[in-house]
Design a protein around this ligand. Sequence first.
Ligand code: AMX
Length: 465
Amino acid sequence: MALFRITATRISDTHQKVLPALAVVLRNLSDTTDLKAVLSKKIPDEQERVKSFRKSYGSTKIGEVTVDMMYGGMRGIKGLVCETSVLDPDEGIRFRGYSIPECQKLLPKAKGGSEPLPEGLFWLLITGDVPNEAQVQAVSKEWAKRAALPSHVVTLLNNFPSTLHPMSQFSSAITSLNSESKFAQAYSTGVHKSKYWEYVYEDAMDLIAKLPVVAATIYRNTYRDGKGVGAIDSSKDWSQNFCEMLGYDNPEFTELMRLYLTIHSDHEGGNVSAHTVHLVGSALSDPYLSFAAGMNGLAGPLHGLANQEVLIFLKKLQQELGDNVADDALKEFIWKTLKSGQVVPGYGHAVLRKTDPRYTCQREFAQKHLPNDPLFKLVSQVYKVVPPILMETGKVKNPWPNVDAHSGVLLQYYGMKEMNYYTVLFGVSRALGVLASLVWDRALGLPIERPKSLSTEGLMKQLKG
Ligand code: AMX
């Protein structure tokens, strides 16, 4: 009994000393500004969680595949896991469970600003936790530190003809940046697969840091004096440095860019750019090659290029119908577009079935900052006229606007008139989501992707007998 009492006393002594110390360690870890340390702590837990989930449910079916799905762009097939965001057809995107208005409220802002900093969104996407201000500032500093381009990429960028589309310049420069890949280097020296994620993380951080420099160099070379972009200021955030390199110093434009770079970042795993990065990355192509491949997908008019197409469409509309367009003339213009076999850019979506919340928050920004802008009024009029027409066609599954229907008008208002450039901005933002996902792909050890395909002949034989 005495012995027990002594032992119990000792345990309780130990508890009294150890528990508060443990609490401090845990608190320090949740407050730490070291993003890699946070991931190093989370990844083993998550690996265990997924392993045991797969052990219990690995052979459970969660859906079925129809012949129409196979011919129809795999629409609706549940065939991917993506941790960073989930898209609900009616509600829209949630980043790690948080809606866009929630992110606008919860994520740290720049001093005096009211839009979230994309650094905070990246922290949220990659860890699942809402970061504090110190953590976000640490990411800004980290990206500023990693932003320099190797000289061969600067030379490459400076030698592109200005007639080459900015997305082609962007994708080529990103491919060439793979000379810097720490993952490729580590792989070639035989690093153990359990360490892959650490090198992919380093590449992701480097690449995100360098993208604004690449993108701003393209802008200055293609549309301005081409005299270089100036130095990164480590006391400024990622978006502010980007805007200044582009040559924009209006704080309202910088706020727009913070919002823009936040909301275009991620749209779950199946969209063309995200899926491509995941697919190419599954072959263990390094993050630069994987991301460049995703950017080639983003450059398609049915995906990211739609933001350019919307502006071309609006300008054509203005040119043909003049200012103050009557609703009837606008309707006729839309019908003419549809009957000539073209799409109305910025409308429709493969998953969404309501107005895209990314459209809504940009509309709110316009209502706040540029309510009387004639092009914004035209965009609002198009919003009123187009959905009923698309519904009338009887075939468009989602008649509502997507993110691309609104972004260009905001950029035009602040003087960025070069619409062929808009998809590059989308691409800079998309890096945040797809590279966060790529780190998790390697952390969870996801294998090379290889779905099964069948020929029509084989399919017919299988089904008709
Ligand atoms: N204008 C005209 N027709 C449209 C249309 C639009 N905005 N959206 C869909 N349709 C047509 C399709 O072309 C298809 O016609 P078809 O049967 O003759 O081939 C039919 O309606 C059914 O298509 P759906 O199931 O509603 O759409 P989807 O999932 O096949 O395609 C999308 C989705 C986004 C490619 C399509 O809505 C579209 O082309 N929209 C315009 C381009 C655009 O804004 N893209 C950007 C999307 C967001 C993004 O990725 N950035």
